[in-house]
Design a protein around this ligand. Structure first.
Ligand SMILES: CC(C)(COP(=O)(O)OP(=O)(O)OC[C@H]1O[C@@H](n2cnc3c(N)ncnc32)[C@H](O)[C@@H]1OP(=O)(O)O)[C@@H](O)C(=O)NCCC(=O)NCCS
Length: 203
């Protein structure tokens, strides 16, 4: 499927440029695409990542505060190696999958899983653009990610989280049943399964 973007010159009212989005990969999971709303009513489009998201991932990274970069990557990067963006945007939708939340053509959040330390365990990571944090988008992304994982037979998860990263720890506590937790050099490795829906509602 192609998305055709037509840009109009504001004064001449003529078409000045058209942009074809690259076709999605053949095994692209279209079923994961849907509209989502955050706590204040703002809506975003949730969908699986595509290879042509690479430049949008770069732009998202450059909008992140140093604190968010540190919480996500555990280092104070000014920029990430180009190969990382390429790898982040190119997934196989099975062993590796990422969901993006898009608003006004920009990526506001990304949640992904990568193969974990053992078979059947997925390592998850999430990042939300600073201006969108605290509005419920992290929760929406994590929930959608775990649902997509479970639909593919993945039921055990692990995440590395800085011990003082309260929003991420709260997110995991809300959806996860913690199986094992280990602290090393300020980083908590949390192994968890998803909690049953009823228990999450009661929590
Ligand atoms: C962690 C992160 C993904 C959470 O996303 P978010 O959109 O801010 O999360 P939500 O708005 O859904 O809130 C998640 C929880 O954190 C709480 N929270 C949000 N901001 C908070 C803050 N500044 N301090 C304490 N708690 C906070 C929320 O109340 C919510 O808890 P609740 O479910 O008990 O109400 C986001 O903050 C982020 O991108 N941080 C930088 C990268 C990172 O830390 N990634 C995690 C490592 S993998």
């Amino acid at each position: 499927m192609f998305t055709l973007r037509v840009l109009l010159h504001p004064e001449k009212r003529t078409i000045v440029r058209t942009v074809d989005r690259a076709p999605a990969p053949p095994d692209y999971p279209w079923a994961l695409a849907r509209q989502v709303a955050v706590a204040d009513g703002a809506t975003l489009r949730l969908r699986a990542i595509r290879p042509d998201d690479q430049p949008r991932l770069t732009e998202l990274f450059h909008r992140l505060s140093p604190r968010s970069v540190y919480q996500r990557f555990f280092r104070a990067y000014d920029r990430l190696p180009d190969e990382w963006y390429h790898r982040f945007a190119h997934v196989d939708y099975r062993a590796r999958l990422a969901l993006v939340a898009e608003d006004a053509g920009a990526l506001r959040g990304v949640a992904r899983w990568e193969p974990g330390p053992a078979a059947g365990v997925a390592e998850i990571a999430i990042v939300v653009e600073d201006a969108w944090q605290g509005r419920g988008l992290g929760g929406v992304l994590l929930d959608a990610l775990l649902t997509a994982a479970e639909a593919r037979g993945i039921r055990r998860f692990t995440a590395d989280v800085l011990a003082d990263n309260r929003p991420m720890l709260r997110l995991i506590a809300r959806v996860g049943h913690v199986l094992h937790r280990e602290l090393e050099a300020g980083v908590l490795t949390i192994d968890f399964a998803r909690r049953a829906l009823d228990h999450r509602r009661l929590a």
